[in-house]
Design a protein around this ligand. Structure first.
Ligand code: ADP
Ligand code: MG
Length: 639
């Protein structure tokens, strides 16, 4: 409970005590000549002075509990925002005072504040649990300077400095292990409970917890660029992308409040005019109607449900950038996958080297050198296969050709490394390979040097990812790849995908996605899942872009709407399941809040509800809606 909550609580207690005193307290002696105020009487049955005294007795608790509501109502009117819930509460209770319903006026305000306190507490609670969940912000870094180890703030450490991470400490900055070997707990980032083993040469990511050994790490990114900062930013901004259901409420309020006020005026004025009621009766009824009309439950529980859904998803290692994307995810009809790095591990093994005019070692060396600056999984694998340190001085003028390969000048000669398309582009005739796998051709100065065959493995959970999606009602699963037809088809068959489109350039992928977008029916949505390497255009073209491998890949974190923190495609189904559940809860809350509200409003208009019942109904509906919204927070779908 925050201080603000405590203050409100004390105000509620004080106002309640004062109200009890006003209603049942000992008779109060007033200055000589005035009659004393007796219990439970109202203005209607006393002299003017007597009435004033009773007024005053209830006015104190009323102001104690309601001053802020009155103040906000006045201030908002001054700002031109007349119709909000503060306004409704203010005119309803001030009106109640005027017709002599003092106790009711105070009670209405009191219950309203209890409801508000509860709502604000619930919202705070869910924000806090998301924050706790994301408790990944490191407090300090042990940095080595001039042979001494100092404890400093992580943002004071510069790139290139060496930090020490002891067992049990949180990794404060992204870096590369220089010395030591340990297990890292990445659960806070990925939802993955299995520790990850690291040793010298491996990357470590801020936010993980070092479980066992001492690690010496060279910092590769400044704190504000680090994985932790990126993720925290993302979570903090998640609220800004509003879902349609949330916008619906804002629009709804714009029409609803004036409508209610007009209806209340009609209720107050019409019956006395036709002689069906006294003015005091009709005014009373109109005021009750106003109190009942406050749509608090709706206003608070819908955003809270989305917030809960986002929290539940991040517990499962899925970051959703806003409620809007949960809404879209829940309607997923087509899922389009990128192949490399998404369905497959993106770690290629060299299975054959077929040189034409040079030696095997030389072919691999040229390829690895030309790929020195590329981040493509193929490039990484070729460097890995080469195994030796690369003298970057031998490589110049590097140009990456997306979906084709690379061009570079190695030792002064122009080298091309890539697929059939790249060879055709430069007019070099190439030889197809009989081996199944991805063929990487190498050419130099217009001459074909040979090819290297590499192969990738599908991820362990890729087949399950596809079958889970089917089970959730996804109508179509499609794979797009820049790789060869044979490779694409074999992966597609292995995983049970509905469609495979191979040999696509990044621009072709966008085109394919456009075609698939046209195939959607009804409210169905298309999700694209990629690893963030050269598929940013498609990620943003899809209804919802899901990026793999949030760990470390900035491009993916930025371009996507949803980030899977571990590389597991099976988390897509988890995310969709959470989204669907959240939307069910949102709909339940909207229907329930509006239904009860409509019922009570009708009863109020017919004079069948008194003010106390009206307030109880509103607080009750709010509480139930909030409890329902909290269900979205539970880490469901996390099997
Ligand atoms: P995917 O759609 O499977 O993720 P990409 O669009 O990243 O594939 O790449 C498509 C094809 O382009 C690869 O299969 C490869 O033949 C070629 N390619 C792309 N980048 C490189 C590179 N850096 N080195 C060699 N070949 C590459
Ligand atoms: Mg790719």
């Amino acid at each position: 409970m925050t201080n603000k909550h405590k203050k409100t609580l004390w105000r509620i207690i004080a106002a309640a005590a004062l109200l009890v005193w006003a209603m049942f307290g000992p008779t109060l002696w007033l200055p000589a000549g005035l009659p004393f105020v007796s219990v439970g009487r109202t203005a209607a049955d006393g002299t003017a002075a007597f009435a004033l005294a009773a007024w005053a007795r209830f006015l104190i608790p009323y102001l104690v509990i309601g001053w802020d509501v009155l103040w906000r109502a006045v201030r908002n009117i001054a700002h031109g925002q007349v119709f909000d819930e503060n306004f409704l509460m203010a005119i309803a209770t001030v009106g109640a005072f005027f017709i002599g319903e003092y106790a009711e006026a105070v009670f209405v305000m009191l219950f309203y504040q209890v409801g508000e306190l509860f709502q604000s507490y619930a919202v705070g609670k869910s924000r806090q649990s998301i924050a706790e969940l994301m408790e990944i912000r490191p407090d300090y870094a042990n940095v080595e300077r001039d042979g001494q180890v100092e404890q400093v703030d992580p943002d004071e450490v510069e790139v290139g400095e060496t930090i020490l991470i002891k067992a049990g400490e949180r990794v404060p900055l992204d870096g590369v292990v220089l010395e030591g070997r340990s297990d890292l707990d990445t659960a806070a980032l990925t939802g993955e409970s299995l520790p990850r083993e690291v040793q010298s040469g491996d990357d470590v990511i801020s936010g993980c917890v070092n479980l066992t050994g001492l690690l010496k790490v060279r910092v590769t990114r400044a704190f504000e660029e680090s994985t932790v900062s990126k993720i925290l930013d993302l979570v903090e901004n998640a609220g800004s992308k509003k879902a349609k259901a949330e916008n619906f409420i804002t629009k709804f309020a714009r029409y609803y409040t004036p409508a209610v006020v007009i209806a209340a005026v009609a209720l107050a004025v019409l019956p006395p005019l036709i002689g069906a009621m006294t003015w005091s009766e009709s005014l009373h009824r109109a005021l009750i109607f106003l109190v009942i009309s406050c749509p608090c439950a709706l206003v608070i529980s819908v955003p809270l449900s989305f917030f809960g859904g986002i929290g539940g998803a991040s517990k499962a290692g899925v970051l959703v950038k806003g409620g809007a994307y949960l809404e879209v995810l829940s309607r997923t009809q087509i899922v389009v996958f990128d192949k490399t790095g998404t369905l497959t591990k993106g770690v290629f093994n060299v299975t054959a080297i077929h040189p034409e005019t040079c030696g095997e070692d030389q072919l691999l060396e040229l390829a690895a050198l030309a790929e020195n600056w590329s981040e493509h999984p193929i490039a990484r694998s070729l460097r890995e296969a080469y195994g030796k340190d690369i003298d970057a001085g031998r490589v110049a003028d590097v140009e990456e050709r997306s979906g084709r390969g690379v061009r570079a000048v190695v030792d002064g000669t122009e080298i091309f490394v890539g697929n059939d398309k790249l060879m055709d582009d430069i007019g070099v005739s190439w030889h197809p390979c009989h081996r199944v796998g991805t063929t990487v051709h190498v050419a130099s100065a217009g001459e074909y040097l040979g090819h290297i065959v590499i192969s990738d493995e599908v991820k362990e959970d890729a087949a399950r990812a596809v079958s889970d999606l089917k089970a959730l009602g996804v109508a179509k699963t499609v794979m797009l790849t820049g790789d060869a037809q044979a490779v694409g088809e074999s992966v597609g068959k292995q995983l049970g995908l509905d469609e495979v489109h191979a040999q696509l350039l990044p621009a072709d992928k966008v085109e394919r996605v456009e075609e698939l977008l046209a195939q959607k029916t009804g409210k169905g949505c298309l999700a694209f899942v990629g690893d963030g390497i050269n598929d940013a255009p498609v990620l943003s073209r899809a209804d919802v872009g899901i990026a793999m491998g949030g760990l470390g890949s900035d491009a993916a974190i930025e371009a996507a709407d949803v980030v899977l923190m571990d590389d597991k495609p099976s988390k897509i189904a988890v995310a969709i399941r959470i989204a669907q559940k959240t939307l069910v809860i949102v709909r339940q809350n909207i229907a329930f809040a509006l239904g009860v509200k409509a019922l009570v409003l009708v009863l109020g208009a017919l004079g069948q509800a008194n003010m106390w019942e009206a307030v109880f109904a509103d607080v009750g509906v709010s509480v139930i809606a909030i409890l329902n919204a909290m269900r979205a927070m539970k880490g469901q779908g996390q099997q």
